[in-house]
Write a protein that binds this ligand. Structure first.
Ligand code: BDP
Length: 721
């Protein structure tokens, strides 16, 4: 009997141990809101003392999302259920400027921005109190998330004096999600919008999505692909859109839709979509009125027109302003906006696609309605690992411009490469356009309102899907996070954002955080090196955009090939966009133009973007172009090996499941980096006819091997379905 007991006891113990391990394993679902128990005793004691009693001002009832989040975070991090109390007794007071006691408000700076907030430590009768005060409930929510971040990253709270407001008004995710739940350029599973079960079923993931976005200040979401399906505007789908909008509203998130320009024909059964046709204009007005009945705070439309086969106003001899203004007119009475994309290139490519957006939009500067904002990709080709900033940012002085970044890693390693986008965002936002003299950075351009009714904004193409960890790669979450933080304030450093993210997601352990911040900061350059160093671009596999494809020389159109962009020949390599070539440099302000136009002043990092350079050209390093190119490719791979070594040393410092996941992904990244390197070096060698220098490991296979490799069903192929 006793023996049986013992066996039973042992089995029970083993089961409990396994169960506990299973429960505590981190599968990445919680994102940066993991609210891990505070391990530092001194901080835990300080926070406990301060948070034992909390005052919630009127309007912050028990179902208020800021209150729920705060209580949830505090319970998890401190194992504490605070007592809800009167203002005088509380260690933490939360409310709006109108609802907090006047005696408290008078100690705080005024919050003027609708989404702004202050967090301040004040002393009342020798009693330290922390106050979180927003102008609106959304401001309160943002303040609460900031406060929770302080706890998550173990910061002192005894002398807080934080005064925050967003620099850009519309901070929006763009989902390239189709109605059949495929995601164009999505690498993290299916679309999280379960259209079939909507409107009846609100998944927990929608709420967690809204929480995560609110925690970083994202206040809008475009639900569907820019290659839009006209069905989106049918009542069948609008009722589903309403359900999502209702779920997101408490979190300060507005819903927007991508619309297809030909919707009046497809949904409205009209004969034309001509923007100057009165029936068409009326159709849009009626449709917009209908949408606002479902969603009273609907944000507006995102439009891809006359680009990559999408319909647009040019089919009727009209221009982008005619198209945008027609929709703007319908949206204006409801305060809706049109985000009209500048990513355009027609089916009859000019000599240089990089010039087309400028050529089409610059003449329209000042011709757009007040509630139109032109959404411009960060670079003029297409979200490459590195592109010089888009010339339109320095060129549209009378038109509000919205930045479009691509968070999803279409060209930067899908969801198998650790590529932290913070440095990429920073590089573009900090680039000097010289549009209004030195210091007119891209960030300043997008923050500025060219007219009093202008809206400002920034968009990020989402990397979210149904994968348990949302983004496929645990570190891909950092790109969603960094986008939100930089959208709030483009001045923030990518190092600080990486530091916060690592602490909130994994651990505050310095021996983990410090080396991993360095690895994250380096990761963008690693990928540039093993994919497209020195300004190379668009040399990836055709259609899927997976892996290297510098040899691609046939496609439906020349500007979908790689040879069109690298132009390698026996003399050299690179696309001459200077004044001796396509003259794309002339689209920049004179100071920028001069710098890019001359190979001697053009930064190495953009050299082959702007110049066709001889293989023997002497680089700043003293190496010839060929050796420099080879060096970058090899350095790219070596840096992934260093990343691998650093990560392998992290076992035991982070959750084992997360550790294993990243470990396996880095191993794949390394293989893919080697493939990129070897394929490109061997291919370009057929033109340079020069050796790979001694001391560099030789590619394992001949060029034909890399050319012949096939990757069926690589993810991310979309379409407007
Ligand atoms: C490219 C993608 C394509 C998108 C297009 C766009 O390859 O799938 O539809 O951009 O932004 O990067 O419209």
């Amino acid at each position: 009997m006793r023996k049986q007991f013992r066996v039973f006891g042992l089995l029970a113990f083993v089961w409990m141990f396994t169960w506990a391990n299973h429960c505590f394993a981190d599968d990445g679902y919680k994102l940066w809101l993991s609210y891990a128990k505070i391990s530092d005793r001194a901080f835990a004691a300080q926070y406990n003392q301060q948070l034992k009693q909390i005052y919630f001002a009127e309007g912050i009832g028990s179902n208020n999302v800021a209150r729920i989040e705060l209580m949830k975070g505090v319970a998890a991090m401190l194992q504490l259920t605070p007592q809800v109390t009167k203002p005088g007794d509380a260690g933490l007071l939360i409310g709006t400027q109108k609802t907090l006691p006047a005696s408290v408000i008078k100690t705080l700076p005024a919050v003027t921005h609708d989404e702004g907030y202050v967090i301040k430590t004040i002393t009342t009768n020798n009693h330290k109190q922390v106050v979180i005060a927003g102008k609106t409930q959304t401001g309160v929510l943002y303040g609460v998330f900031n406060f929770l971040r302080l706890l998550q990253t173990q910061q002192p709270i005894s002398t807080l004096n934080i005064n925050e407001y967003p620099r850009l008004e519309r901070r929006v995710l763009n989902h390239w999600d189709n109605l059949n739940r495929t995601v164009e350029r999505g690498y993290a599973g299916a679309s999280i919008w379960n259209w079939h079960k909507l409107p009846g079923y609100i998944e927990q993931q929608y709420i967690d999505y809204a929480r995560a976005n609110a925690s970083i200040g994202i206040n809008g979401t475009v639900l569907n692909n820019v290659n839009a399906n006209a069905l989106m505007l049918s009542p069948e789908y609008l009722v589903k859109v309403k359900a999502l909008a209702d779920a997101f509203r408490p979190y300060g998130i507005r819903v927007y839709l991508s619309v297809k320009f030909s919707s009046p024909i497809e949904v409205g059964k009209l004969k034309t979509a001509d923007p100057l046709n009165s029936e068409v204009r009326q159709w849009w007005k009626d449709k917009v009125d209908e949408i606002y009945k479902y969603v009273p705070d609907f944000g507006g439309f995102l439009v891809k027109a006359n680009s990559e086969g999408q319909p647009g106003p040019q089919a009727y001899g009209r221009n982008h302003a005619d198209g945008a203004n027609m929709m703007a007119e319908a949206l204006a009475p409801h305060n809706g906006i049109v985000m009209w994309r500048a990513f355009v290139y027609d089916s009859n490519p000019l000599n240089d696609r990089a010039k087309q957006a400028y050529d089409e939009f610059k003449p329209l500067d000042g011709k757009f309605a007040d509630n139109v904002i032109v959404q411009v990709k960060n670079g003029a080709i297409d979200f490459q690992p590195r592109e010089p900033f888009h010339p339109l940012f320095g060129a549209m002085k009378k038109t509000p411009l919205m930045m479009e970044f691509q968070i999803t890693q279409e060209y930067t390693g899908f969801s198998t490469h650790l590529f932290y986008e913070g440095p990429l965002f920073k590089e573009v936002l900090g680039a000097d356009t010289y549009a209004e003299g030195k210091g007119t950075t891209v960030a300043k351009v997008i923050e500025k309102k060219p007219h009093s009714k202008a809206v400002t904004g920034i968009a990020g193409v989402s990397n979210i899907g149904t994968d348990r960890n949302w983004c496929g790669h645990p570190f891909a979450q950092s790109n969603w996070y960094a986008f939100g933080r930089m959208a709030w304030n483009p001045e923030q450093s990518s190092a600080q954002i990486a530091d916060d993210w690592l602490r909130m997601t994994f651990t505050n352990n310095k021996s983990f955080v410090q080396p991993m911040v360095q690895q994250m900061l380096q990761s963008r350059e690693n990928t540039v090196n093993y994919m497209t160093p020195l300004g190379l671009h668009h040399i990836m596999g055709i259609n899927t955009h997976y892996g290297p494809g510098p040899w691609v020389n046939k496609a439906e159109r020349p500007d979908w090939t790689s040879v069109h962009y690298h132009k390698a020949d026996s003399l050299g390599i690179g696309f001459d966009r200077s004044s001796t070539g396509s003259k794309a440099t002339s689209q920049y302000a004179p100071q920028v133009q001069q710098m890019f136009d001359n190979p001697a002043t053009c930064p190495d990092s953009n050299l082959l973007w702007f110049h066709h350079v001889s293989w023997t050209y002497k680089m700043r390093s003293g190496k010839t172009l060929w050796f420099e190119l080879v060096h970058h490719y090899y350095e790219g791979v070596d840096s992934v090996r260093r990343l691998q070594t650093v990560w392998n040393g992290m076992q035991g410092k982070v959750d084992q499941e997360q550790f294993n996941s990243v470990k396996q992904l880095i191993a794949i990244q390394l293989q893919e980096a080697i493939r990129w390197r070897d394929a490109c070096v061997l291919y370009f060698q057929t033109f340079s006819k020069q050796p790979i220098p001694a001391g560099y490991e030789k590619p394992a296979h001949p060029l034909s091997y890399y050319r012949d490799q096939q990757f069926h069903f690589a993810p991310g192929i979309g379409g407007n379905i």
